[in-house]
Design a protein around this ligand. Structure first.
Ligand code: HEM
Length: 412
């Protein structure tokens, strides 16, 4: 944002505003402004909604270095924390401690309880269920009228069914949690709307924890409830962990599925690689490249420095806000040659689409399995799948924490 001096003759402050807009002529690219900033310095200050000027990290090496640095904290209650919006700031005291807002030993304590259900072994055991659910959703879509909306037919229900089943939440609640999850992370939600959505979901989860404390079943929320019953954590913490998994576990994968299908349809030479192979490693690599290229976690992960840090010729002072921009860093040309090209065969292991360091995504093995199965299956069942609208009719979720499309009309 450019502001002028009192005499309006001289630019006094050229600190750019964040988040920045994407150029809709190239909807998969991170905002041009983040590229320009990285060229100036991958560690640069930006202005955010409350007028504060945290550091924005747009380079892959710098981002990785900071995300594993113990002088960087996710403690959102610290003065100077660069909150996502006014609602997140206003309601900070409402949110119990969890993996999302704790550091060090406290974080490991919560994280250990959550990772059990998402190990590679547990996720591999789920693959037949993921495949069966995917096949059924695709078959139902193909049996219905054309065009169909890929978001409501496949992209959103698949991860929602899976996470509901794992957590032990009846899928009949999906409208409730899908709507409130979106409201609780809407950039433009008022503090009241944010609070209302959070409180509704928190109460729902708290009641479920209480129910499962009395009568545990074989699912993740029961596991948290048993720990709460045994005094290892309290019921509010158990509810908050369940809520974190529920929110993180469906909206993200849903956006990746719909945006991924769209990107593949727009890049037929790359789509051919998926269509022509039975090699699981090729599919797995394709998913990683789509994770890099699409940058759905695009509004900056929030952190705060607890000590001074020297990086990239800058001094991040203790108490300064830090925003790490995963999407933009995954288009850093110092790390990826021609980052603007979707290249499903590139070596992409170093991407940070699932984050990096101690807070790296807990559900990434599950998300990967869902994405591998969907991208492989949809084009087997519907080899002629095509977008059923003009490119400029597609609406992108620029206002949401996770990028994606609101709807994707497809035909076959
Ligand atoms: C394509 C889908 C997904 C993407 C792109 C994604 C992305 C991410 C990213 C970037 C982070 C790091 C946040 C940070 O450092 O601030 C993260 C953390 C997390 N994700 Fe995911 N995620 C996905 C799917 C899932 C699923 C399916 C689950 C659960 C079932 C899940 C649960 C979590 C949790 C609990 C954390 C917090 C970890 C911590 O703070 O220690 N995610 N995710």
């Amino acid at each position: 944002m450019l502001r002028m001096t009192e005499t309006a003759t001289e630019v006094q402050n050229d600190t750019p505003y964040f988040p920045m807009d994407r150029d809709m002529r190239c909807p998969f690219a991170p905002p041009e402004g983040t590229r320009l900033l990285r060229e100036k310095n991958p560690v640069s200050q930006v202005e955010i909604w409350d007028g504060s000027t945290p550091w924005l990290i747009t380079g892959l090496a710098e981002l990785k270095s900071l995300l594993k640095d113990s002088r960087i904290s996710v403690d959102e209650s610290r003065e100077g924390f660069p909150h996502w919006n006014e609602g997140m700031k206003a309601n900070v005291a409402m949110r119990p401690k969890s993996v999302f807002n704790s550091d060090g030993k406290e974080h490991s304590h919560f994280r250990r309880m959550m990772t059990k259900a998402f190990t590679p072994k547990r996720v591999n055991a789920l693959r037949p269920f993921l495949q069966e659910t995917t096949d059924k959703l695709i078959a139902d879509m193909l049996a219905g009228p054309k065009p169909a909306d890929l978001v409501t037919s496949l992209a959103l229900p698949l991860p929602s069914i899976v996470i509901s089943q794992m957590l032990g939440i009846g899928y009949e609640h999906h409208d409730f949690f899908q709507e409130n999850a979106v409201k609780s992370v809407d950039r433009y939600a008022t503090p009241e709307q944010n609070m209302e959505a959070f409180a509704a979901m928190f109460m729902f989860m708290y009641e479920l924890v209480e129910k499962k404390m009395a009568e545990p079943t074989d699912d993740v929320i029961s596991d948290f409830a048993i720990r709460a019953r045994d005094g290892e954590i309290d019921a509010a913490e158990a509810a908050q962990m369940g809520l974190g998994l529920l929110i993180a576990g469906h909206e993200t994968s849903a956006n990746m599925i719909s945006l991924g299908v769209l990107a593949l349809l727009q890049n037929p030479d790359q789509l051919a690689i998926i269509k022509d192979t039975d090699d699981e490693d090729v599919i797995a690599n394709a998913v990683e490249e789509l994770m890099r290229y699409l940058g759905i976690i695009h509004n900056g992960q929030r952190r705060i420095a607890v000590e001074d840090i020297e990086i990239s010729g800058q001094t991040i002072k203790a108490g300064d806000g830090v925003i790490v921009e995963l999407a933009s860093s995954n288009w850093d040309p110092r790390a990826f040659e021609n980052p603007q090209t979707l290249d499903l065969r590139r070596n992409v292991v170093q991407h940070t689409g699932f984050g990096f360091g101690p807070h790296q995504c807990i559900g990434m093995m599950l998300a990967r399995a869902e994405l591998q199965i969907v991208f492989k299956s949809i084009f087997r069942h519907a080899p002629d799948l095509a977008v059923a609208c003009a490119p400029d009719e597609i609406e992108y979720k620029s206002d949401r924490l996770a990028y994606g499309v609101y709807a994707l009309p497809v035909t076959w």
